[in-house]
Design a protein. Sequence first.
Length: 271
Amino acid sequence: MDVYSRPSFFRGPFISFQSILKNRSLLSLMVRRDLKTTYGDYFLGYAWTLLEPIFFTMVFFLVFVILRGNPDKLLPLNIMLGILIFSAFSKTVSKGSSQLIRNSSLIQQVSFPRELLVANVSGFQLVRLLLSLIIIPIYMIYMGIAFSWTFFMLPISIFGIILLAHGFSLMLCIIVVFIRDMNMVVDIGLRALFFLSGVFYSATYVPAEYLDYHLMNPVATYIEICRGAVLGDLSIVTPFVILRAIGMTLLVYVVGSSIFNRYQNRAVIHL
């Protein structure tokens, strides 16, 4: 039986994982192609992934520390970490949710695992995020921030935010095929989520009575995990909060991959 015609709804995650694992060489080529297309034609190439966060950090330091006279010299770092994590999520969902429509002609001409189109976006954003975060240890040394065991919690934030975005992308790329206006809803939702996820403010500024509600947002939790991992203070994100975010991420991935594998053939007909 064709792997894409299996009726079981909850086998979606296993089907997607097996497909990506089986075609990992092809996926790697697709990610490398996008990296070369994005950065290969520029003089500085991949260095732009480092220059972008450095530039933003300089701007934030100028605006918030020098011009506003804010004594918190770590504020630019907190903002930069928030932007890097949220941008990885936002770009993955925004581009991943439209992959079936963008590649409709290719899908109708060639038979291949369609989830690779979404995985390609997620993989590209993962590599881009990892390259961008190279600047963090350098910044820590410059600011005299000591490395601690919390730094090993950073991968939870990195891979958690990408997996969360990947799950949403799998779900949304099917919905967008049937409801084309959903693209606008996704854009509006991402803009609202930007302000609700604490990109420009730490969870320490959220009133205590609303803190748990704020951290129910897994994007906000992953941002705080990233900040806590770098600064050596994970008091805001307790083990329960971290496990809850991971659980919500896995749930989104299971539902997203299940919807994708169950309805992708029907969606292709409507392309």
